[in-house]
Design a binder for this molecule. Structure first.
Ligand SMILES: Cc1ncc(COP(=O)(O)O)c(C=O)c1O
Length: 366
Protein backbone atom coordinates (compact mmCIF):
# COMPACT_ATOMS: atom_id res chain seq x y z
CA UNK A 1 0.00 0.00 0.00
CA UNK A 2 2.95 2.34 0.49
CA UNK A 3 4.10 4.92 -2.02
CA UNK A 4 7.38 4.36 -3.81
CA UNK A 5 8.89 7.46 -2.22
CA UNK A 6 8.84 5.69 1.14
CA UNK A 7 11.36 3.10 -0.11
CA UNK A 8 14.09 5.70 -0.38
CA UNK A 9 13.21 7.45 2.87
CA UNK A 10 15.24 5.96 5.73
CA UNK A 11 13.99 6.53 9.25
CA UNK A 12 15.99 9.17 11.04
CA UNK A 13 19.23 8.08 12.72
CA UNK A 14 17.99 9.99 15.75
CA UNK A 15 14.82 7.91 15.97
CA UNK A 16 16.90 4.68 16.18
CA UNK A 17 18.78 6.04 19.20
CA UNK A 18 15.47 6.84 20.89
CA UNK A 19 14.19 3.32 20.15
CA UNK A 20 17.35 1.71 21.59
CA UNK A 21 17.21 4.04 24.58
CA UNK A 22 13.67 3.03 25.48
CA UNK A 23 15.11 0.01 27.36
CA UNK A 24 17.44 2.14 29.53
CA UNK A 25 16.64 3.32 33.04
CA UNK A 26 17.37 7.01 33.60
CA UNK A 27 20.04 7.36 30.90
CA UNK A 28 22.32 10.41 30.68
CA UNK A 29 20.62 11.84 27.66
CA UNK A 30 22.96 13.98 25.57
CA UNK A 31 20.91 13.38 22.43
CA UNK A 32 18.16 15.95 22.78
CA UNK A 33 17.90 18.86 20.38
CA UNK A 34 15.95 21.11 22.69
CA UNK A 35 16.66 23.51 25.56
CA UNK A 36 16.40 22.29 29.15
CA UNK A 37 14.89 25.58 30.37
CA UNK A 38 11.13 26.07 30.48
CA UNK A 39 9.06 28.59 28.54
CA UNK A 40 9.27 31.97 30.37
CA UNK A 41 6.20 32.69 32.49
CA UNK A 42 4.86 35.73 30.56
CA UNK A 43 4.83 33.72 27.32
CA UNK A 44 3.05 30.81 29.04
CA UNK A 45 0.52 33.25 30.51
CA UNK A 46 -0.13 34.81 27.09
CA UNK A 47 -0.87 31.37 25.60
CA UNK A 48 -3.03 30.34 28.59
CA UNK A 49 -4.99 33.60 28.37
CA UNK A 50 -5.44 33.06 24.64
CA UNK A 51 -7.02 29.66 25.29
CA UNK A 52 -9.24 31.09 28.08
CA UNK A 53 -10.26 34.04 25.91
CA UNK A 54 -11.43 31.75 23.15
CA UNK A 55 -8.62 32.06 20.62
CA UNK A 56 -9.00 28.41 19.79
CA UNK A 57 -10.12 28.37 16.19
CA UNK A 58 -8.16 28.53 12.94
CA UNK A 59 -6.24 31.67 12.15
CA UNK A 60 -5.67 33.00 8.65
CA UNK A 61 -3.06 30.82 6.95
CA UNK A 62 -0.42 33.58 6.96
CA UNK A 63 -0.61 33.92 10.76
CA UNK A 64 -2.35 36.47 12.96
CA UNK A 65 -1.69 40.04 11.75
CA UNK A 66 -0.32 41.14 15.16
CA UNK A 67 2.39 38.47 15.08
CA UNK A 68 3.31 39.08 11.45
CA UNK A 69 3.57 42.77 12.29
CA UNK A 70 5.95 42.06 15.21
CA UNK A 71 8.08 39.78 13.02
CA UNK A 72 8.18 42.39 10.22
CA UNK A 73 9.14 45.11 12.67
CA UNK A 74 11.98 43.03 14.11
CA UNK A 75 13.34 42.22 10.61
CA UNK A 76 13.12 45.89 9.60
CA UNK A 77 15.11 46.83 12.71
CA UNK A 78 17.71 44.12 12.27
CA UNK A 79 18.25 44.28 8.50
CA UNK A 80 16.33 47.29 7.19
CA UNK A 81 14.46 44.65 5.18
CA UNK A 82 10.75 44.50 4.27
CA UNK A 83 10.09 40.93 3.12
CA UNK A 84 6.77 39.09 2.96
CA UNK A 85 6.19 37.00 6.10
CA UNK A 86 4.43 33.71 6.76
CA UNK A 87 3.98 32.16 10.22
CA UNK A 88 4.80 28.44 9.96
CA UNK A 89 4.36 25.29 12.05
CA UNK A 90 7.92 25.25 13.33
CA UNK A 91 10.95 25.65 11.10
CA UNK A 92 10.25 22.12 9.84
CA UNK A 93 6.96 23.43 8.46
CA UNK A 94 8.84 26.32 6.83
CA UNK A 95 11.44 23.99 5.30
CA UNK A 96 8.80 21.65 3.92
CA UNK A 97 6.79 24.45 2.33
CA UNK A 98 9.90 26.25 1.05
CA UNK A 99 11.17 23.18 -0.80
CA UNK A 100 7.72 22.17 -2.08
CA UNK A 101 7.23 25.70 -3.40
CA UNK A 102 10.57 26.01 -5.18
CA UNK A 103 12.01 22.62 -6.17
CA UNK A 104 11.08 20.92 -9.44
CA UNK A 105 11.92 17.27 -10.12
CA UNK A 106 15.57 17.14 -11.16
CA UNK A 107 16.53 20.43 -9.52
CA UNK A 108 19.68 20.33 -7.43
CA UNK A 109 19.95 21.81 -3.96
CA UNK A 110 23.36 22.39 -2.40
CA UNK A 111 23.41 20.92 1.10
CA UNK A 112 26.61 21.61 3.07
CA UNK A 113 27.57 18.41 4.94
CA UNK A 114 27.15 18.01 7.97
CA UNK A 115 23.53 19.12 7.67
CA UNK A 116 20.34 19.16 9.72
CA UNK A 117 18.77 15.67 9.46
CA UNK A 118 15.80 16.55 7.29
CA UNK A 119 17.43 18.62 4.52
CA UNK A 120 18.37 15.91 1.99
CA UNK A 121 15.20 13.92 2.61
CA UNK A 122 12.89 16.90 2.14
CA UNK A 123 14.72 17.86 -1.07
CA UNK A 124 14.34 14.31 -2.35
CA UNK A 125 10.65 14.11 -1.38
CA UNK A 126 10.17 17.06 -3.74
CA UNK A 127 11.92 15.10 -6.52
CA UNK A 128 15.06 17.23 -6.19
CA UNK A 129 18.63 16.07 -5.81
CA UNK A 130 20.49 16.94 -2.61
CA UNK A 131 24.06 17.71 -3.66
CA UNK A 132 26.07 17.47 -0.48
CA UNK A 133 29.27 19.50 -0.15
CA UNK A 134 31.64 18.27 2.52
CA UNK A 135 32.70 20.89 5.06
CA UNK A 136 34.95 18.45 6.98
CA UNK A 137 37.10 18.86 9.05
CA UNK A 138 36.95 22.59 9.70
CA UNK A 139 33.17 22.92 9.07
CA UNK A 140 33.93 26.23 7.40
CA UNK A 141 31.37 27.22 4.73
CA UNK A 142 34.04 27.28 2.04
CA UNK A 143 32.66 29.33 -0.89
CA UNK A 144 35.03 27.59 -3.33
CA UNK A 145 33.71 24.16 -2.41
CA UNK A 146 30.14 25.45 -2.87
CA UNK A 147 31.03 27.05 -6.23
CA UNK A 148 32.60 23.79 -7.43
CA UNK A 149 29.34 21.92 -6.78
CA UNK A 150 27.10 24.24 -8.82
CA UNK A 151 25.69 23.00 -12.13
CA UNK A 152 23.08 24.39 -14.49
CA UNK A 153 20.50 22.37 -12.52
CA UNK A 154 21.31 24.03 -9.18
CA UNK A 155 18.28 25.87 -7.82
CA UNK A 156 19.08 26.63 -4.20
CA UNK A 157 21.75 26.59 -1.50
CA UNK A 158 20.95 25.63 2.08
CA UNK A 159 22.72 27.63 4.78
CA UNK A 160 22.44 26.91 8.50
CA UNK A 161 24.32 29.18 10.91
CA UNK A 162 24.65 28.54 13.81
CA UNK A 163 24.54 25.00 12.55
CA UNK A 164 23.14 21.72 13.76
CA UNK A 165 25.07 19.47 14.43
CA UNK A 166 28.35 21.43 14.47
CA UNK A 167 27.42 24.61 16.38
CA UNK A 168 29.50 26.51 13.83
CA UNK A 169 28.71 30.17 13.25
CA UNK A 170 29.92 30.79 9.71
CA UNK A 171 32.31 33.71 9.11
CA UNK A 172 30.72 36.86 7.68
CA UNK A 173 33.03 36.76 4.65
CA UNK A 174 31.96 33.21 3.81
CA UNK A 175 28.27 34.03 4.16
CA UNK A 176 28.89 37.07 1.99
CA UNK A 177 30.76 35.09 -0.68
CA UNK A 178 28.09 32.38 -0.83
CA UNK A 179 25.33 35.04 -0.98
CA UNK A 180 27.17 36.77 -3.86
CA UNK A 181 27.49 33.46 -5.65
CA UNK A 182 23.75 32.94 -5.30
CA UNK A 183 23.06 36.44 -6.59
CA UNK A 184 25.38 36.08 -9.57
CA UNK A 185 23.95 32.69 -10.51
CA UNK A 186 20.29 33.53 -9.81
CA UNK A 187 19.98 30.95 -7.01
CA UNK A 188 17.86 30.97 -3.89
CA UNK A 189 19.55 30.83 -0.48
CA UNK A 190 17.41 29.06 2.09
CA UNK A 191 18.84 30.32 5.37
CA UNK A 192 17.80 28.24 8.38
CA UNK A 193 18.52 30.51 11.34
CA UNK A 194 16.66 28.62 14.04
CA UNK A 195 19.62 29.11 16.45
CA UNK A 196 20.17 32.80 15.62
CA UNK A 197 19.68 33.95 19.22
CA UNK A 198 21.91 31.22 20.67
CA UNK A 199 25.25 32.76 19.66
CA UNK A 200 28.01 32.94 22.28
CA UNK A 201 30.92 34.71 20.59
CA UNK A 202 29.12 37.49 18.72
CA UNK A 203 26.11 37.50 16.42
CA UNK A 204 25.81 35.30 13.34
CA UNK A 205 25.82 36.87 9.87
CA UNK A 206 22.87 36.26 7.60
CA UNK A 207 22.62 36.04 3.80
CA UNK A 208 19.88 38.67 4.22
CA UNK A 209 22.69 41.22 4.81
CA UNK A 210 24.32 40.45 1.47
CA UNK A 211 21.63 39.18 -0.91
CA UNK A 212 18.22 40.13 0.53
CA UNK A 213 16.39 39.48 -2.73
CA UNK A 214 17.79 35.95 -3.07
CA UNK A 215 17.21 34.89 0.52
CA UNK A 216 14.40 32.92 2.06
CA UNK A 217 14.87 33.27 5.81
CA UNK A 218 13.53 30.59 8.18
CA UNK A 219 13.50 31.24 11.89
CA UNK A 220 11.79 29.70 14.88
CA UNK A 221 10.72 30.27 18.45
CA UNK A 222 11.20 26.71 19.75
CA UNK A 223 14.91 26.75 20.56
CA UNK A 224 15.13 30.34 21.82
CA UNK A 225 12.18 30.16 24.21
CA UNK A 226 12.16 26.45 25.13
CA UNK A 227 8.92 25.78 23.27
CA UNK A 228 9.83 23.18 20.64
CA UNK A 229 6.46 21.49 21.20
CA UNK A 230 4.51 24.63 20.39
CA UNK A 231 5.56 24.29 16.75
CA UNK A 232 6.22 27.93 15.97
CA UNK A 233 8.37 29.44 13.23
CA UNK A 234 8.24 31.88 10.38
CA UNK A 235 9.45 32.34 6.83
CA UNK A 236 10.40 35.70 5.34
CA UNK A 237 11.47 36.45 1.80
CA UNK A 238 10.42 37.10 -1.79
CA UNK A 239 6.69 37.80 -2.19
CA UNK A 240 6.09 35.14 -4.86
CA UNK A 241 7.73 32.39 -2.79
CA UNK A 242 5.95 33.36 0.42
CA UNK A 243 2.61 33.50 -1.46
CA UNK A 244 3.24 30.01 -2.88
CA UNK A 245 4.16 28.70 0.57
CA UNK A 246 0.96 30.24 2.01
CA UNK A 247 -1.08 28.52 -0.71
CA UNK A 248 0.54 25.18 0.15
CA UNK A 249 0.04 25.81 3.87
CA UNK A 250 -3.73 26.17 3.27
CA UNK A 251 -3.82 22.58 2.01
CA UNK A 252 -1.39 21.09 4.51
CA UNK A 253 -0.68 22.61 7.93
CA UNK A 254 -3.58 25.14 7.54
CA UNK A 255 -2.09 27.46 10.18
CA UNK A 256 0.34 27.43 13.08
CA UNK A 257 -1.38 26.70 16.45
CA UNK A 258 -3.51 29.69 17.39
CA UNK A 259 -2.77 29.91 21.12
CA UNK A 260 0.95 29.50 20.39
CA UNK A 261 0.84 32.39 17.92
CA UNK A 262 -0.70 34.57 20.66
CA UNK A 263 1.90 33.33 23.16
CA UNK A 264 4.70 34.26 20.78
CA UNK A 265 3.52 37.88 20.77
CA UNK A 266 4.83 38.01 24.34
CA UNK A 267 8.13 36.44 23.25
CA UNK A 268 9.15 39.69 21.59
CA UNK A 269 9.02 41.43 24.99
CA UNK A 270 10.84 38.66 26.87
CA UNK A 271 14.51 39.04 27.72
CA UNK A 272 16.40 35.76 27.28
CA UNK A 273 19.84 37.09 28.25
CA UNK A 274 20.07 34.93 31.39
CA UNK A 275 19.22 31.73 29.54
CA UNK A 276 21.65 32.56 26.73
CA UNK A 277 24.42 33.35 29.25
CA UNK A 278 23.75 30.03 30.97
CA UNK A 279 24.06 28.26 27.62
CA UNK A 280 27.36 30.04 26.94
CA UNK A 281 28.64 28.65 30.25
CA UNK A 282 27.37 25.18 29.31
CA UNK A 283 29.20 25.48 26.00
CA UNK A 284 32.38 26.38 27.90
CA UNK A 285 31.87 23.47 30.28
CA UNK A 286 31.30 20.94 27.47
CA UNK A 287 34.37 22.20 25.59
CA UNK A 288 36.52 22.02 28.73
CA UNK A 289 35.27 18.51 29.58
CA UNK A 290 35.99 17.11 26.12
CA UNK A 291 39.16 19.02 25.21
CA UNK A 292 42.36 16.91 25.11
CA UNK A 293 40.30 13.74 24.71
CA UNK A 294 38.37 14.40 21.49
CA UNK A 295 39.00 16.27 18.27
CA UNK A 296 36.36 18.89 17.58
CA UNK A 297 35.88 22.47 16.48
CA UNK A 298 34.66 24.47 19.48
CA UNK A 299 31.08 25.55 18.76
CA UNK A 300 30.03 29.22 18.83
CA UNK A 301 26.27 28.74 18.82
CA UNK A 302 23.34 26.34 19.25
CA UNK A 303 23.81 23.64 21.87
CA UNK A 304 25.79 20.85 20.27
CA UNK A 305 29.35 19.58 20.06
CA UNK A 306 30.19 17.50 16.97
CA UNK A 307 33.35 15.54 17.72
CA UNK A 308 35.43 12.94 15.94
CA UNK A 309 34.93 9.35 17.01
CA UNK A 310 38.03 8.07 18.87
CA UNK A 311 40.27 5.93 16.64
CA UNK A 312 39.46 2.58 18.21
CA UNK A 313 35.77 2.84 17.26
CA UNK A 314 35.09 2.36 13.56
CA UNK A 315 32.15 4.69 13.26
CA UNK A 316 29.71 7.01 14.95
CA UNK A 317 27.28 4.10 15.14
CA UNK A 318 29.81 1.90 17.04
CA UNK A 319 30.64 4.75 19.41
CA UNK A 320 26.94 5.43 19.99
CA UNK A 321 26.48 1.74 20.91
CA UNK A 322 29.47 1.83 23.27
CA UNK A 323 28.10 4.95 24.97
CA UNK A 324 24.64 3.40 25.17
CA UNK A 325 26.14 0.41 27.01
CA UNK A 326 27.34 2.94 29.62
CA UNK A 327 23.90 4.56 29.80
CA UNK A 328 24.82 7.67 27.76
CA UNK A 329 22.77 8.71 24.74
CA UNK A 330 24.37 10.52 21.83
CA UNK A 331 23.70 10.69 18.10
CA UNK A 332 26.01 9.08 15.52
CA UNK A 333 27.30 11.41 12.79
CA UNK A 334 25.61 9.56 9.94
CA UNK A 335 22.28 11.08 11.00
CA UNK A 336 23.67 14.42 9.77
CA UNK A 337 26.14 13.41 7.11
CA UNK A 338 27.12 11.11 4.27
CA UNK A 339 29.99 10.12 6.60
CA UNK A 340 29.91 8.38 9.96
CA UNK A 341 33.14 9.61 11.51
CA UNK A 342 31.73 11.88 14.22
CA UNK A 343 29.12 11.99 16.98
CA UNK A 344 26.91 14.74 18.34
CA UNK A 345 26.22 15.55 21.95
CA UNK A 346 23.86 18.21 23.21
CA UNK A 347 24.94 20.25 26.22
CA UNK A 348 21.36 21.43 26.85
CA UNK A 349 21.21 19.39 30.06
CA UNK A 350 21.94 20.22 33.69
CA UNK A 351 25.62 20.71 34.43
CA UNK A 352 25.92 17.72 36.73
CA UNK A 353 24.62 15.33 34.05
CA UNK A 354 26.78 17.01 31.45
CA UNK A 355 29.87 16.44 33.62
CA UNK A 356 28.96 12.81 34.31
CA UNK A 357 28.19 12.16 30.63
CA UNK A 358 31.45 13.71 29.46
CA UNK A 359 33.41 11.76 32.05
CA UNK A 360 31.97 8.49 30.69
CA UNK A 361 32.78 9.57 27.13
CA UNK A 362 36.36 10.35 28.19
CA UNK A 363 36.66 6.86 29.70
CA UNK A 364 35.41 5.37 26.44
CA UNK A 365 37.98 7.36 24.49
CA UNK A 366 40.62 5.75 26.72
C1 LIG B 1 18.85 23.39 12.05
C2 LIG B 1 17.45 23.05 12.39
N1 LIG B 1 16.46 23.41 11.56
C3 LIG B 1 15.18 23.11 11.83
C4 LIG B 1 14.83 22.41 12.96
C5 LIG B 1 13.38 22.09 13.20
O1 LIG B 1 12.84 23.03 14.03
P1 LIG B 1 11.32 23.04 14.50
O2 LIG B 1 11.25 22.24 15.76
O3 LIG B 1 10.99 24.48 14.70
O4 LIG B 1 10.53 22.43 13.40
C6 LIG B 1 15.82 22.02 13.86
C7 LIG B 1 15.47 21.24 15.06
O5 LIG B 1 16.28 20.59 15.66
C8 LIG B 1 17.16 22.35 13.58
O6 LIG B 1 18.15 21.99 14.40
Amino acid sequence: MLAGRMNSLPSSGIRRVFDLAAALKDPIDLSMGQPNFDVPEPIKQAAISAIRDGYNGYTVTQGIPELRERISRSLAQEFDWQPSVLVTSGVSGGLTLALMATINPGDEVIVPDPYFVSYPHLVELCGGKAVTVSLYDSFRLDPQRIANALTDRTKAIMVNSPGNPTGTVHAAEDIEAVSRLARDRGLLVISDEIYNRLCYDGPASSPVQFAPEQTLLLRGFGKTYGMTGWRMGFAAGPTDIIAAMAKLQQYTFVCAPHMAQRGCLAAFDTDMTDQIDAYRRKRDLAVAELANHFEFVAPSGGFFVFAKVPKRYESGERFMEAALAKNVLLIPGHAFSRRDTHFRISYAVDNERLRRGCSILRDLAG
